[in-house]
Design a binder for this molecule. Structure first.
Ligand code: ADP
Length: 461
């Protein structure tokens, strides 16, 4: 909950921070543009007035002066003034008396006398003014300077008002936007809250619950659906785990019950040594089965835990298949089954030789187990540039289509009684599949009931 809240907070803070920067830039832009334009207008009007006045200036000796009616020309002297300077910078005309004690900008005057025009900001009794200085030319030479001034109070008032508006609107906008941000972030994150609550209710014992949130196909909707899919996979894994434990217990109990039964019957009264021998033989057989079963369980458990190292080395496939066939030859002969190994192409493979041998032995062992006397078992391999196929084919009973998809499942047997009679525990093909997959390959089976089966292991080269 705290984490969610902090996402909400962080989102909002980022949003407000961004907005603050954008608003500040925007306000500054407006203010500076307006200021620039207003002052440019004012300066233009000053320049126009200076141009208007220039023809009215007359030179009395070396003193530039203006006809008296200029005062009538500028009725509001509190708002503007005109001053003239001679070539030495002395004031020769000044109607600025009404504008207060206007300071003389000596630098600007000297600049005008040197032929340059300039606009200056000045302050008269605390009131902002702007003044334009232009040279008075006589025969192309500066003979004096004209200064035209105008109050800039309107402009600065307008700018100040704008500043007040911006300064008020800025925090208000930010506050409203923050509230909006919190609201939006909460809205966007509320399905996640829901998801958290539902997820918390789930436990390993009850994985049947699903969120089933009807959300649109957006980020959160996909998250919820992914979550449901994950729970479904977990449920399946847990179910298989439980099934595996139940199956394993059952498989362990059967031989133990058989042992106990034999021993109890034998102990009911004294018996001949041969009878004891017979009982011990049966106990021994069951013990063998238990050892095989526990061995297979251990292999699978270690494979599941990733504890079986797959040591890749160069494996000569012809050698590998040959040694597997030779190992099962006695069993085949015993059951009067013909064992055939047709020659194949020379090929080497990077694989774990011991594991591949175990895989082939399992397949050959099954083929011999499930093929009646007089049948034939063939082992071989083929290859192309990408893969090597190892195969074991028999002429046995085959596997019915309904069983075929399941035979690689743990403890699955198509024919329980027959498998058990042959000493099978139903884990051999699961181990084969693990070995094939640990090599990046796959295993598959094809079968025609009554005619035989073919198991193919496909391994990448
Ligand atoms: P099991 O120990 O029972 O042989 P496996 O995992 O090796 O266990 O095989 C699973 C089941 O697949 C067997 O019980 C059997 O029904 C079927 N099966 C495997 N190999 C063959 C085969 N070559 N011919 C017919 N059925 C087979």
């Amino acid at each position: 909950m705290l984490g969610l809240r902090s996402i909400r907070l962080r989102l909002t803070l980022w949003y407000v921070l961004l907005l603050a920067i954008i608003l500040a830039a925007f306000s500054a832009g407006i203010y500076l543009t307006l200021r620039h334009n207003l002052y440019a207008n004012l300066d233009d009007s000053l320049e126009a007035r200076a141009n208007d006045l220039m023809p009215l200036i007359s030179q009395e000796g070396a003193r530039p002066t203006l006809s008296a009616d200029v005062s009538a020309d500028s009725p509001d002297l509190g708002e503007q003034f005109v001053r003239l300077y001679d070539a030495s910078g002395q004031l020769t005309f000044d109607n600025s008396g009404a504008a207060g004690s206007v300071p003389v900008d000596g630098g600007a005057v000297r600049n005008a006398l040197a032929g340059g025009s300039a606009t200056r900001a000045l302050s008269v009794d605390g009131e902002p003014f702007r003044a334009r200085f232009v040279p008075i030319l006589q025969n192309g030479q500066p003979a004096g300077a004209l200064e035209v001034g105008r109050a800039a109070g309107d402009v600065s008032d307008t700018l100040n008002t704008l500043l007040v508006i911006l300064a008020t609107a800025y925090p208000v906008t930010l506050a409203v936007a923050s509230l909006g941000g919190v609201f939006l972030a909460s809205r966007a994150l509320s399905p996640i809250d829901k998801l958290t609550r539902l997820a918390r209710r789930m436990s390993a014992d009850d994985l049947s619950q699903r969120l089933n949130l009807r959300l649109p196909d957006d980020e959160v909707g996909r998250l919820a659906r992914t979550f449901d899919e994950m729970i479904a996979r977990l449920e399946d894994a847990f179910r298989r785990q439980r099934q595996f434990t139940a199956d394993a217990s059952h498989e362990l109990r059967t031989p133990l019950t058989a042992v106990k039964g034999e021993v109890e019957v034998a102990l009911t009264r004294p018996r001949e040594p041969d009878a004891y021998r017979e009982v011990l033989q049966k106990v021994n057989e069951e013990a063998d089965r238990l050892i095989r079963l526990v061995g297979s369980l251990l292999t699978l458990a270690r494979a599941d835990a990733g504890q079986i190292p797959v040591a890749l080395e160069a494996v000569d496939v012809a050698n590998l298949v040959d040694s597997a066939v030779e190992q099962v030859r006695p069993a085949a002969q015993q059951r009067d089954i013909e064992l055939v190994l047709p020659p194949g192409p020379p090929v080497t493979l990077r694989a774990d030789e011991d594991l591949l041998l175990q895989l082939l032995l399992n397949l050959l062992d099954n083929a011999i187990k499930y093929t009646p006397s007089g049948g034939r078992v063939t082992a071989g391999w083929s290859t192309n540039s990408a893969q090597v196929d190892l195969w074991v084919r028999d002429t046995g009973a085959g596997i019915a289509p309904e069983h075929l998809p399941h035979i690689f499942d743990r403890f699955y047997r198509a024919d329980k009684a027959r498998s058990r009679a042959q000493g099978g525990v139903g884990l051999g093909l699961s181990i084969c599949r693990w070995i094939a997959e640990a090599h990046g390959g796959s295993i598959s089976a094809e079968s025609e009931p009554g005619r035989g089966s073919t198991f193919t292991v496909r391994l990448p080269r």
